[in-house]
Design a protein around this ligand. Structure first.
Ligand code: SF4
Length: 479
């Protein structure tokens, strides 16, 4: 009797990429596959890839090199490249990577199980051919790149998600839209993921309800420009309306969404954020630069002043929101004056958290096609360092201000330090506290903050009624 086929799936990208992997897994499990403990134990190895940064791509190319060797030993192994690199580099994969059997773009995961099945039977046929080939040349590599589906496949969002296939019991991602219609000059996403396609509100609410029925209490909505949600579905469909609909699910306790674009932070959304108490108190709103000249070259569609005005709108209505940002330093043409404006914006808004990236041209983007990358690497590195230093000062000040407060923490699991568990507050801050009880994972516990570290907080878990009334006598809970 043949054994149950096994897959090994590895994600190399963003949250959207990880959610795609869950959808692919749920489809494979529904078709009778089981997860392998390791690559060596798998019949099918799938790499779900990301094109946004060179580093992520490099890791995949090196993995594919290892898999080429593996396939020489096991010609029946099926190797698949999924996601943004599959879309972006399909021709290269077909031409130069004959050991790759399956190339599937991010908008074509809906029937991934059938594609894997086809790839397996084609690989079996190639195995026979390979055995004949090695008779003549022992170094022969099995031929691959049999199936390539990129632009016109069945979208992963059509998968009726098996909500039981997920890595965390109490937390889940839900995709609300695919693609992006924005023209940012440095970004490959519109090419790899295509134009915006939003899912109907009813479909998202149904999926969220099933997740909550299965024990999820925190949902994070995903979209490349999540606050542009619904504009392809008509004027009545907006992120604000979606948040209000999801807010009605009784067992849902926290609702977050990433990533937002400054241009779509409007009055309707701000009112929803202020009024819906289940919505987490942080907003990821990448500014990228503070220089109007650079923002124009990036084609971001806003100015320093407009960005600040949007934040003021939010802070007037909901002062408890923390802001997170992404920044690119060393964009082509960025001068010292431009960079000074970026620092000015950072100082003006005082973000809780920032990711800083040194500009590197990504093939296929407008900025790369213009062929200019004129800020030297050492200048990029220095600007990167300065920006991180400013951010760390702001983060430290904000964390320090929380010492002595009681925060509600959703426990995520053991921390790296033995004898401690970690979780997140409603403002997405990481909190560590002494504990040694796996039953805490997924629970909301009150933690008194005793110490502010650079990027996280350390506290003491309190008896569970303490967060409801900060003035009440607080009982520490020992690990
Ligand atoms: S908004 Fe700009 S940076 Fe974000 S995904 Fe779209 S094109 Fe890329």
């Amino acid at each position: 009797m043949s054994r149950t086929p096994r897959y090994f799936l590895q994600s190399y990208g963003c949250q959207m990429n990880k959610l795609d992997s869950e959808l692919v897994e749920s489809r494979l499990v529904a078709s009778g596959y089981e997860r392998a403990g390791s690559e060596q134990d798998a019949d099918v190895v799938l790499l779900n890839t990301c094109s946004v940064r060179q580093h992520a791509e490099d890791r995949v190319w090196s993995r594919l090199g290892v898999l080429r060797q593996e396939k020489r030993q096991r010609p029946e192994l099926v190797v698949g490249v999924l996601g943004c690199m599959a879309q972006e580099h399909r021709r290269y994969l077909q031409a130069r990577m004959p050991h790759v059997d399956l190339v599937v773009g991010p908008s074509a995961f809906g029937d991934i199980d059938q594609q894997v099945e086809r790839a397996r039977s084609e690989a079996a046929a190639r195995r026979v051919a390979h055995e004949e080939a090695v008779q003549k040349d022992p170094r022969a590599t099995p031929g691959g790149a049999g199936i390539v589906t990129v632009d016109h496949g069945v979208s992963g969002d059509t998968i009726h998600r098996d909500v039981r296939v997920r890595p965390h019991r109490s937390q889940a991602y839900v995709s609300v839209m695919r693609g992006c219609n924005m023209p940012c000059a440095y970004c490959i996403v519109p090419t790899t993921r295509g134009a915006e396609i939003s899912r109907p509100i009813a479909q998202i609410v149904e999926e969220a309800q099933r997740l909550c029925d299965d024990g999820v209490t925190e949902i994070t909505l995903l979209g490349q420009t999540v606050n542009a949600y619904g504009r392809d579905l008509g004027r009545d469909v907006t992120l604000a309306r979606l948040l209000r609909a999801l807010h009605e699910i009784p067992s849902l306790r926290r609702l977050a969404f990433i990533t937002s674009h400054p241009n779509f932070l409007n009055r309707e959304l701000v009112d929803a954020l202020a009024g819906l108490d289940k919505v987490s108190r942080f907003l990821h709103l990448p500014a990228q630069s503070g220089s109007n000249r650079v923002l124009k070259a990036m084609r971001r569609g806003y100015t320093f002043e407009r960005y600040v005005a949007r934040i003021e709108l939010l802070r007037e209505a909901a002062p408890d929101y923390e802001l997170h940002s992404d920044w690119i330093v060393g964009f082509p043409g960025e001068t010292e004056e431009d960079f000074a404006k970026t620092i000015e914006l950072m100082e003006a808004v005082r973000f809780a958290q920032s990711y800083v990236f040194k500009y590197s041209p990504r093939p296929g983007t407008l900025a790369a096609e213009q062929g200019v990358d004129d800020v030297p690497d050492d200048v990029k590195a220095e600007r990167n360092r300065i920006l991180l230093e400013v951010q760390e000062r702001h983060t430290a000040e904000k964390n320090q201000a929380l010492v002595g407060q009681v925060e509600e923490v959703l426990v995520e699991g053991p921390s790296k330090v033995e004898g401690r568990y970690s979780g997140r507050t409603r403002q997405h801050r990481i909190v560590h506290f002494a504990a040694d009880d796996p039953a805490l994972i997924g629970r909301y516990v009150p933690v008194r903050i005793d110490e502010a570290l650079g990027h996280s907080l350390v506290g003491v878990r309190l008896a569970e009624n303490a967060a409801e009334d900060g003035a009440r006598a607080r009982t520490e809970v020992r690990a």
